[in-house]
Structures are given as C-alpha cells and as structure tokens.
Design a protein around this ligand. Structure first.
Ligand SMILES: [Zn+2]
Length: 456
C-alpha cells in the first residue's frame, strides 16, 4: 500500500515537472568545434537524465564484474563449510550408533571440507577406535596434544588406550599429565587414584583419593574403606623397611577409621602383641568381634593369648564369644580352643551348635578332627569329610573384579591387580590363588602366585 502511494507520488512529481517545463518553453543550443545542436529545453533535460541513468547502470555492471570472483569464492566456501559440518554431524551420529565404516568415511570427508582440526581430529580418532584401528586412533590423539584446546581430550584418548592395553606405567604418566591440565576432573581423579594404588604408590594414592572424594568421583563410605586399605598397605611397607612403630601406627589408624574392617583389626592386634601391648591387642580384637566375628580375628586372638595355658585360653575364648553369643564363628572359635585343650565334650557341643546355625566344609572338617582326636575313629572322620565335600564352600577373601580367591587379605589382587577388591564371601570358583595344599580340586590355577602380601 505504502509502496503504491510512493509510486503515485513519484509519478505525480515527474508529471508536475513535465507540465512545468511545457509551460515554460525554450531552446538549448550547443556549439562545439563547428557542430551545432539545437533542441528544446525539455528534450535536453530528458537526454541528460537518460545519460545519467546509463552511467549509473554501467557503473553497477563494472563493479559487479570486478567483485564476481570474490563473491563466487565466498559462496563456495560457505557451501563447503555447510557440507563439512553436515559430514561432521553424520560422523558423530555414526560413532554414537557404532557404525564404524560411516564414521570413518564422514571423518575423512569432514577433514577435507573443514578447517577445524580439533573437531575433525576427535571424530577421526573415535572412528578409528570404533574400527579397531588403535594405531590410527593413537596418531590422532597424539596430534591433538599439540593444540591447547584439544590436549586434554587427546590425553584422555591415549589414557583409555593405555589402560585397555594393560600398560599401567604409561597410563599413570598420562593420567598425571592430564591432571596437571585439569586438576579437578572427577573421572580423572578416580582413574588416577586407581592407577596409583595399583602401582603401589600408597602415599600418592591416599592424596588423590581425598581429592576424588571431594570431587564426588568416589562416595565417602567407599572412600573410607579404600583409605583403610591404603593405610594397611603403608603398614606392610613400613614393616618391610624395619619401621615397626610406623607399621603399628598405620595399622591402628586403619582400625580407628573402620573398626569393623577385619584385616585392620587383626593386623593392629598382631602388631600390638609384638610391641608387648597384649591388653590393648585384646581390646582391639574384642571391638572388631562385636562388629562381626571372623576367622582372621580368631587367629589374631590366639596370638594375643598365646602365653596362657590351654584351659585359660578356652575361658578367654568363651569371654570373646559372649560379645556375639549366637554367631557361628563364636562357636567355632571356642570349639577350636576346646580341641586344643582336649575338652572333647565342650568342643562337640559348640560344633553342633555351629552346625545348627550354618553347616560348612570347615565345620565338617573340624568334626572329623574331633573324631580322630577323641576316639581315633577314622571311619567317622571319613564320614564327616564326605559331608564336607558336598557342603557349600566356605567364604574366603575373593576378588570382586576377577573372582580369584586369596588365602589372606591383601590390598592388591594377586590375579588381576585390582586394588581393595577382596571381599569376604563364598567364591564362585573361577580362579583360585590358594596355596596348592589347601586348594580345592575344582578350581583351576592360571596363576599359582599368592598375593603380594608382606604380613605373612
Ligand atoms: Zn582380581
């Protein structure tokens, strides 16, 4: 509407000018070098206007001609970028969908079209990884280290590769380098802690563990247990270096941190005995016994009260039993002390009570021992042993990560190298790290080495 009005106004102005000129006739005469041109003033104005119009058109044409190459370049560049980003997007979708061939194809295409190395390198690396081409992926990740904006991502890729290939030394170096770039990244702190612990760098692992807990990578409860395990390993290390006082203080710190953590209580008690603090040692075992009786605590308590005669030892084990009177382990501990003291009736009574609560291989073996010791009855003993073979397996220190069974607690799994992965539970019998003479026949033994444990 406004356009139409504006057009009408322009027409009106032109008409008005034409009328005005027609009302005022006159001539224009040009005399140049002997040429004479004479025309009316109106025509002269018309020619002048037409000439100006032609000049303007010519100017526009020439300008467009000069700018053409640049405009064509700009257009083709934007088309290229558009196609590049499209390829990048399709490549990322292919990575997410696990389509390695398309991912690689799109990565190559995007790399050719786009001048965005950080984006295309990452896609190329991921595509190569997806295709199982670890060498190409490594090259891309390594190239990413040269640019500050991609260095961390490159390190992450290399770190993942190193862990996957089992090269823990390389992995630890990469994790430390990545941490220097981004110190508070939760996943990195969790990984670094794990690598340091597996490498046996206990002090560093303890520091990283604290950071990982603060960053939310490891929950505080799990973190406390890891810390207790680290303290125990420091205690073993101190002992290896002949520093008995440090060995004891680390073990006690672990026990104080987690009173129900059996390995810490048992070790602290043993080291207290060695330091001549028997009363304190007894208290340590009692405290843990209250939280949950355990065969390792029984063994530690036997060392604590080793100086007493067998009958007194039975009385002391009875006292210990009263802290958890109805636990199967409580009955077994008194039964074992009674066997040592040749109190056959007492031993049998407690073994029977234990049998009522939870039959197990160990219990049947003790009953067989009793038959041999009390009556020298080999036939009865064999009958109990036959029952032992059919009974469910006893709990043992079993690796959560690989199911390997260890004859004692250690910070590192002797089979898969995981840290703080041993749990007291019935093994599923995949791998056994037990000493050969106690190893059940059903378990195969790919690695016969026992845990790297310094306590024994
Ligand atoms: Zn393991």
């Amino acid at each position: 509407m406004i356009r139409a009005l504006w057009f009408l106004a322009k027409v009106a102005i032109v008409v008005a000018i034409a009328v005005w000129l027609a009302d005022r006739p006159g001539t224009v005469s040009i005399n140049w070098q002997g040429y004479v041109v004479e025309t009316s003033f109106g025509i002269a104005v018309l020619i002048a206007v037409a000439a100006l119009g032609a000049a303007a058109l010519l100017y526009r044409f020439v300008r467009a001609l000069i700018r053409a190459p640049r405009n064509i370049g700009r257009y083709s560049r934007s088309r290229r970028r558009e196609r590049g980003y499209k390829a990048l997007t399709r490549g990322m979708v292919a990575v997410a969908a696990g389509d390695a061939a398309t991912a690689r194809k799109m990565a190559r295409k995007a790399d050719g079209l786009l001048n965005e190395p950080p984006l295309t390198m990452l896609l190329s690396a991921q595509a190569a990884q997806l295709q199982g081409d670890d060498r190409a992926a490594k090259e891309y990740f390594t190239a990413m280290l040269d640019r500050p904006e991609t260095a961390f991502l490159g390190l992450r890729g290399l770190l993942t590769q190193a862990i996957k290939s089992g090269d823990r030394v390389e992995a630890l170096q990469l994790a430390r380098r990545a941490q220097s770039l981004q110190p508070n990244t939760p996943w990195l702190l969790g990984t670094l802690y794990d690598l340091e612990a597996r490498a046996g760098d206990w002090a560093a692992a303890e520091g990283t563990l604290q950071q990982a807990i603060q960053a939310g990578a490891i929950n505080p409860e799990e973190g406390r247990r890891h810390r207790a395990a680290l303290l125990l390993e420091r205690s073993f290390e101190a002992e290896r270096r002949g520093r008995g006082d440090a060995a004891l203080s680390h073990a006690q710190a672990a026990h104080d941190l987690l009173p129900g953590f059996i390995p810490a209580a048992a070790r602290a008690a043993r080291l207290l005995v060695r330091a001549g603090k028997h009363k304190h040692a007894a208290k340590t075992v009692e405290r843990a016994w209250r939280a949950g009786p355990h065969p390792d605590l029984t063994d530690a308590y036997r060392e604590v009260i080793d100086g007493y005669d067998p009958l007194t030892r039975v009385k002391l084990f009875e006292k210990l039993r009263n802290l958890a009177p109805n636990d199967v382990e409580s009955h077994i501990s008194v039964a074992r002390a009674s066997l040592d003291a040749q109190l056959w009736g007492e031993a049998r009574a407690h073994l029977n009570k234990a049998l009522e609560i939870q039959p197990s291989r160990r219990l049947y073996r003790l009953l067989a021992d009793l038959e041999r010791a009390e009556h020298n009855d080999e036939e009865a003993a064999r009958a109990w042993l036959a029952q032992a073979a059919a009974a469910p397996s006893d709990p043992a220190w079993t690796c959560d990560a690989c199911n390997a069974v260890s004859h004692g607690w250690g910070g590192l799994c002797g089979h898969c190298g995981a840290f703080d992965s041993l749990q007291w539970k019935a093994p599923t019998m995949t791998v056994s790290l037990m000493a050969p003479e106690t190893s059940p026949a059903i378990a195969h033994q790919p690695h016969s080495a026992a845990l790297p444990q310094s306590a024994s």
